[in-house]
Design a binder for this molecule. Structure first.
Ligand code: PA5
Length: 479
């Protein structure tokens, strides 16, 4: 059967749409909103960012830009492996953290049944799925209570091949597998890592693990569209070629030199204007449970890529916007009061879905109670859409800037688009802010301190530094 993403018309019908009306002064007033003149003034900056990304695509840390186009053989191998796992494994567990976990979680939530693990095996058609992205001992114990390791495939994902959290999980799991299965333990581990750096690749070679490679030039938080995300997705029965087709579609859109026809570039400009205006909080508010963890993925890429102390010229700039996850409509009853009436320090991004994958009717009832009965005859689909519009309206009349990214529906193609769209927007924003989008020096200090505390060789000086830090005062610890 012909793949739907090969049809130009279908792809066009699935294009994301950016509605930035409520960022404009016509709608939120001159003090908070922006004008076409503001946008036009930044056109040279946008053109420079576009040119730089076009000139350097595929080079340095821009390897992620090629992922929609250069993985034909990898996709075939992933699909082959996934088919086997779907036939044989009862569980598939990702061991990883940060960029090696947030993408798989987001895609699982978006494209699988919302109670996937609770479905019967017949309906699920594949293994149960878990992503262990912490080193909370209770969580590891809880996982071991619900899976049988010998009926499970573990996908250890780490770009650096040396992240303590992931390697700790690996040590625990592989030890259990070896105790239970001896020489066959290796068949239950798949390593996804760099081909030339870190310890996991050495272990994979020594032990004989099946291995997928994270290409050079693809950093953790830009890695969802390589084997990091593609293998878990394929194991879940998701059409990964369609996901990549969605990303490729957005790649074309994001190359458009006309800022008024390039949503990722336009949004980067608007966020830049907002940041320079003191709006240092970026709220990501999907109106779909399927996109709930997409907001977590966004929080990482936006925070870790743009939150930087110094710029590319070494000047102290302390850039970045604090990303916040909010779920519509749930957080209307939690955070929206603050967004509507609190300070002018936020940009709210709504993710809206035109067509949900199902329709639920609200039945007749409560005829004697008009305040409840008005709901009858409508659908939950109408209700959630009306609530999104109502929240948008409530913010806008209070001059709170907000914009909406519309997905025609949630499917593998639109999720591929959405991932790539935000990768592009982040890359553009990093260029505008003149920061290194792809490093995370602020994370390294904490990592090194952990190594020192646990006695890792080579971190003796760090240990001394920690030991000589002022001791905490008991006076300030109460309770
Ligand atoms: O974006 C990044 O590079 C980080 O957030 C990493 O994904 C995270 O630290 C995990 O690293 P690794 O994949 O090397 O284990």
């Amino acid at each position: 059967m012909a793949k739907r993403y090969l049809s130009k018309e279908w792809k066009e019908s699935m294009a994301l749409r950016l509605d930035y009306n409520n960022m404009m002064s016509e709608f939120v007033g001159e003090e908070q909103g922006y004008t076409k003149k503001d946008i036009d003034k930044l056109k040279p900056m946008a053109a420079a960012a576009l040119k730089k990304l076009a000139d350097e695509r595929g080079k340095g840390w821009l390897g992620w830009m090629d992922l929609p186009f250069n993985q034909k053989e990898v996709v075939a191998e992933i699909n082959k492996t996934a088919k086997e796992i779907r036939k044989t494994a009862k569980n598939f567990v990702v061991l990883g953290i940060g960029g090696s976990a947030l993408g798989p979680i987001a895609v699982f939530q978006a494209l699988c049944h919302l109670h996937y693990n609770d479905l019967s095996p017949k309906l699920r058609k594949g293994p149960k799925f878990y992503v262990e992205d912490n080193v909370d001992p209770e969580r590891m114990a809880a996982l071991l209570d619900v899976i049988e390791p010998e009926k499970t495939v573990f996908n250890v994902i780490t770009k650096s091949g040396s992240t303590s959290e992931t390697m700790t999980q690996y040590l625990i799991i592989y030890n259990i597998l070896k105790e239970k299965l001896g020489d066959k333990a290796k068949d239950h581990i798949i390593a996804t890592t760099s081909s030339n750096a870190g310890n996991l690749i050495k272990l994979a070679k020594a032990e004989g693990f099946k291995t997928f490679y994270i290409p050079d030039g693809v950093g953790g938080r830009f890695s969802e569209l390589c084997p990091v995300g593609l293998l878990p997705a394929a194991v879940l029965g998701i059409d990964i070629a369609e996901m990549l087709a969605g990303a490729a579609y957005q790649d074309k859109v994001a190359r458009n030199k006309n800022v008024y026809a390039n949503p990722a570039l336009m949004n980067a400009i608007l966020q830049y204007l907002a940041m320079k205006d003191g709006k240092n909080i970026s709220v990501m508010m999907p109106y779909a449970d399927g996109l709930k963890y997409f907001a977590d993925w966004y929080c990482q890429i936006w925070a870790e890529s743009l939150g930087k102390e110094v710029d590319n010229d070494g000047k102290v700039v302390r850039e970045g916007q604090t990303p916040v996850k909010s779920l519509g409509v749930t957080d209307q009853h939690s955070q929206v009061q603050l967004y509507v009436e609190g300070p002018f320090d936020k940009v709210v991004t709504f993710l809206a879905v035109d067509k949900y994958r199902t329709e639920v009717k609200i039945p007749e009832g409560c005829e004697d109670i008009p305040d409840v009965h008005f709901l009858c005859g409508h659908t939950m689909n109408e209700l959630i859409s009306a609530e999104k519009k109502a929240t948008e309206y409530a913010l806008t009349v209070k001059n709170k800037v907000n914009h909406t990214i519309n997905l025609p529906e949630i499917n593998a193609f639109t999720i591929g688009e959405l991932l790539y769209y935000f990768e592009m927007e982040t890359a553009f924003e990093g260029e505008f802010l003149n920061v290194n989008t792809y490093n995370q020096p602020g994370v390294e200090n904490g990592k090194n301190a952990t190594y020192a505390m646990l006695g890792r060789r080579g971190y003796e000086a760090k240990k001394q530094e920690l030991d000589s830090a002022p001791a905490k005062k008991d006076d300030y610890i109460i309770g």
